[in-house]
Design a protein around this ligand. Structure first.
Ligand code: HEM
Length: 491
């Protein structure tokens, strides 16, 4: 019997004629191997060098390694993974006949279910589980219904954001972006997703975003390198144990009660159309709002702003501004899903930033069965139960697919649309559609369109802007030529 008859192969690759190799790498000695890898990942190397150096050592984009977190044995997290770091092997994670996505959103570790009121929310469900289809369809429905207000709420909140920044830059010389940006994201998503205006409650309006930040941080901290406190304190305090829910239970309760009181229409929809009970509905709504939507935009917008705002020499800002104003026809047309579709360079720039800085860097999937995993050059036997781990920032710089992979080339996707099938930020190819049968981001098209709207807002109003490398501080803004006032500092 041939190898390919015994071992199904990743659907993206024809039954392999590639040489079959043993997966290189090892997990090392118990306790010590995972500890060394954890210290490399968080401390001595950082995630990118961690994967790059192992790829170089093993001369392979597929290898075995440990992935943090590693907790004391009684927490029972298995750090052993098979890393997949090229576009072909990573694609196995989209083939749900090969991998199971149950409870592996951030690896073998899953935060306590108490963070979601005991409900296993959609991102932790595999499409083979009936609740997945129900919860994802509910999310599609929310997005469809929100289309009435999504654009207007985004424009209203991002206008307020730009007002704040402009004022601060003119008064103080620079403006921190984090707080006003998160307020903007929270305000527009809260209204669009739950139907509730956060200004109804002063506490939610002022601190809702910070409550979500805390709730997100406690779930994710054990898996993320923060650099917020010096080593070895970060290892000892942030990465050594899962955080208990009670640290944020008061804030979560306030958000829960806010949605319960003000989001009656969307809760009713969940109950009547999707068979959820009241509690399940609210926890699902809060998760989509807080984790998927608020978390995703809070990570991506600073990357987008920084990529454009630190580009001083290529003329990108001039070209973006020209395109935005041409499509908006001197103010005769407004920013919308339709108009940003005509902004080819804006869109291609957004795609390029999603490629270089994928907001959700790690994806996992557990082998459903023994199968043959293909990279560009070799094929490997993966055994049932093994956990595959893809690190997107390297996959999206696969030199076999992307020419000059480390360069920021804003025209890349406008010049070669074929490349979109290798753009994986949404947990699936950009050319595919999210469905109840896959695990692709339900709001894939909303994310791209909203990001284009942010760029259009900026260049409709300002000629140029500058920011620091993190994208979290604006240091210079220049009003559109039509405006007389010029707001600038630093020169
Ligand atoms: C920049 C913003 C966003 C980013 C970067 C993002 C990214 C992602 C990624 C990578 C996944 C797959 C997670 C995994 O299984 O590994 C995902 C799933 C999902 N996203 Fe998004 N997302 C964003 C915004 C949103 C928004 C605005 C919504 C809804 C309003 C949303 C709803 C969902 C849902 C429901 C899933 C689960 C899909 C499933 O389990 O089948 N996302 N998102």
């Amino acid at each position: 019997m041939s190898v390919s008859m015994m071992w199904p192969s990743a659907a993206s690759t024809p039954a392999s004629t590639l040489p079959v190799k043993a997966i290189p790498g090892s997990y090392g000695l118990p306790v010590l191997g995972p500890l060394k890898d954890r210290l490399d990942y968080f401390w001595f190397q950082g995630p990118e060098t961690f994967f790059r150096s192992r790829m170089a050592t093993h001369k392979s984009t597929v290898f075995r390694t440990n992935m943090p977190p590693t907790f004391p044995f009684f927490v029972g997290v298995d750090p052993r993974v098979v890393a997949v770091l090229d576009c072909t092997s990573f694609s196995a994670l989209f083939d749900l006949s090969l991998v199971d996505k149950r409870n592996v959103l951030i690896g073998d570790y899953m935060p306590s279910l108490q963070f979601t009121g005991g409900t296993r929310v959609v991102v932790y469900l595999d499409p083979s589980e009936p609740q997945h289809s129900r919860a994802k369809s509910f999310c599609f429905d929310i997005l469809k219904r929100s289309s009435r207000v999504w654009t207007s709420e985004f424009l209203r909140n991002s206008d307020a954001l730009l007002d704040t920044i402009e004022k601060e830059v003119s008064e103080k010389g620079s403006s921190g972006l984090l707080v006003p940006l998160q307020r903007c994201i929270f305000g527009f998503l809260c209204k669009s997703i739950t139907g509730a205006d956060p200004s109804i409650s002063k506490e939610i309006q002022d601190y809702g975003f910070a409550m979500l930040d805390k709730w997100l941080a406690l779930q994710l901290l054990p898996t993320v390198k923060t650099g917020a406190i010096p080593q070895p304190l970060e290892e000892l305090l942030l990465h050594s144990f899962p955080y208990p829910f009670f640290l944020v239970s008061g804030d979560y309760r306030k958000l829960y009660e806010f949605v319960e009181k003000e989001g009656a229409e969307v809760i009713e929809l969940a109950k009547s159309e999707y068979g959820m009970n009241q509690e399940e509905a609210i926890h699902n709504i809060l998760f989509v709002l807080g984790f998927n939507a608020f978390g995703g935009f809070s990570v991506f917008f600073p990357s987008l702003i920084s990529a454009i705002g630190t580009d001083k020499s290529t003329g990108l800002q001039d070209r973006l501004r020209t395109e935005v104003r041409r499509v908006l026809d001197g103010g005769r047309r407004s920013i919308s899903f339709e108009t940003v579709r005509e902004m080819e360079l804006v869109r291609s720039t957004v795609y390029e930033v999603l490629r270089l800085s994928p907001p959700v860097p790690l994806q996992y999937g557990r082998a459903r069965t023994d199968f043959e995993l293909c990279s560009h050059e070799s094929s490997f036997r993966v055994a049932k139960g093994e956990l595959l781990c893809g690190y997107q920032p390297l996959v999206m710089r696969d030199p076999v697919v992307f020419k000059d992979p480390d360069a920021f080339l804003p025209d890349r996707f406008a010049e070669d649309k074929e490349l979109l099938k290798y753009l994986f930020w949404s947990n699936g190819p950009e050319t595919a559609e999210p469905t109840t049968g896959n695990k692709q981001c339900a709001a894939k098209d909303h994310v791209v369109a909203t990001s284009c709207m942010l760029v259009a807002q900026i260049f409709n109003r300002f000629d140029t802007f500058e920011c620091d490398d993190s994208g979290l501080s604006i240091t210079k803004l220049q009003r559109a030529a039509t405006a007389t006032e010029e707001v600038r500092t630093g020169d």
